[in-house]
Design a protein around this ligand. Structure first.
Ligand SMILES: [Zn+2]
Length: 441
């Protein structure tokens, strides 16, 4: 059976309370089993973000890659057929696999010197770019790098994500910004989705402006709209179309043209909005009813209200504020407005962090989200933001068995014991794929 072929609806056979539950294995004795039960039908908002559906002394049984039973250890063990392998999770937290819905995945080179200039010396990003640094250098370097090298480097990034408990990501192109280069990036994403345990949801991102298009962004936009997007859609290489709507990148009108082209060719929409300034990205996102609007650092409350009314999910990306932007998205205000929110790493060539645990830590300690909100934002709401909540993001019968056992007695440990990897065992589709910081399958 191929990686993507997991039989559906096994759980339906086990609805009768007297029936024996079949399982390949069962995780038992969890001090906390975070189920997020009943959250799959819609993104969680306001108080709902704090309802984790925790079962103390919890257990979860798995058969053929799907969850067949969830309950207290006694409830599950009493129903199990004989001889099922038992995984003891005493004094451990068990959660759904973490989901990272915003990743700039495919690039070569690194920009650690620039990060220090921004973070320590306070030099603004746009000044670094004006001095000949920034994203255009990554576009050039990536374009010069072989597909084999990119596959190898990216596999290492995915391995690191996996050992930190991430089991699904959204992966963006955007680091070549040539017709052939973007197709190559999306083909690499497709290959990695098939070869790596992590599931990759692909997005074409109109990201940087190559040096040669510096003052010709309208022309580049026309090429994207008329040539790139139709071909990417014809080859079925991207589920989503995304654009960097920001000063120095694509303005609102150029962003609108690109997103409308994506929609016309069958892609769903996401947007990078209000990262460095109030650039109008969130407002445009609301107008186009995008699935997710990401960053939202400088979004005024009327634009948050517009997004809320359109059913968009806001994705918080705490790394750039943590490192150099300084201003965080106003998480409390945005949550109170009723916008559903997710968290993501925003891993990129500018700023590398693979760990969703770290995102939760920053979101809690710096953005004042509660631990419960941060965990919901990293699981079921992240699943909603990539339209996969029917399959992943919670521990419920019938769902894909993406499960993490953390070396922590409660979920409250994410802001308390931080800067290390708490993920002890990671299961992807019911298979143990990482243990004690090593990928094993
Ligand atoms: Zn981004």
């Amino acid at each position: 059976m191929g990686k993507k072929e997991v039989p559906r609806c096994i759980a339906l056979e086990w609805k009768d309370e007297n029936m024996v539950v079949k399982a390949d294995f069962a995780i038992v004795n969890a001090s906390e089993l975070v189920t997020l039960k009943g959250t799959s039908h819609k993104p969680q908002t306001r108080d709902e973000l704090r309802a984790l559906g925790i079962i103390e002394d919890g257990a979860v049984a798995v058969k053929d890659g799907r969850i067949t039973a969830v309950g207290t250890t006694k409830e599950v063990v009493d129903k199990l057929e004989r001889g099922v392998k038992i995984v003891d999770a005493s004094d451990r937290l068990v959660t759904p696999g973490l989901i990272d819905p915003h990743v700039h995945l495919i690039f070569a080179g690194s920009r650690e010197k620039e990060l220090e200039l921004m973070a320590v010396k306070g030099i603004p990003y746009l000044e670094i770019k004006a001095r000949g640094g920034g994203m255009p250098t990554t576009l050039k370097k990536t374009g010069e790098t072989s597909t084999e090298e990119l596959l190898e480097k990216t596999t290492r990034i995915l391995d690191t994500m996996l050992i930190h408990g991430t089991t699904t990501i959204e992966a963006k192109s955007g680091y070549e910004m040539t017709f052939q280069g973007e197709i190559r990036q999306l083909e690499i994403i497709k290959t990695l989705d098939q070869t790596h345990p992590i599931d990759l949801i692909s997005t074409f991102l109109a990201q940087g402006i190559p040096f040669e298009y510096e003052n010709k962004v309208d022309q580049l936009t026309t090429e994207i709209v008329e040539k790139w997007v139709p071909e990417i859609a014809r080859r079925k290489l991207a589920e989503y179309c995304d654009v960097f709507c920001e000063k120095g990148y694509y303005n609102v009108e150029q962003s609108r043209r690109i997103l409308e082209a994506g929609r016309k060719h069958g892609m769903k929409l996401r947007i990078h909005a209000d990262w460095l300034a109030h650039s109008g990205g969130a407002r445009l996102g609301a107008e186009l009813e995008v699935v997710s609007a990401d960053h939202l650092l400088f979004t005024p409350k009327e634009d948050i209200e517009a997004l809320t009314s359109k059913g968009t999910i806001g994705v918080f990306l705490p790394t750039t504020p943590f490192c150099y932007v300084g201003t965080y998205a106003k998480a409390r205000e945005i949550i109170n407005k009723g916008l559903p929110v997710a968290l993501a790493t925003d891993l990129s060539a500018a700023n590398m962090c693979e760990s969703m645990q770290m995102m939760m830590t920053i979101a809690i300690l710096q953005m004042k989200m509660t631990t419960e909100e941060a965990l919901t934002a990293s699981t079921i709401n992240a699943a909603h933001s990539i339209e996969r909540a029917h399959e992943i993001g919670s521990l419920e019968e019938g769902k894909i068995a993406d499960i993490v056992i953390f070396d922590a007695p409660t979920h409250k440990y994410f802001p308390y014991h931080y800067g290390i990897n708490l993920a002890e065992k990671v299961f992807k589709r019911g298979k143990l794929v990482a243990e004690k910081g090593r990928r094993i399958n």
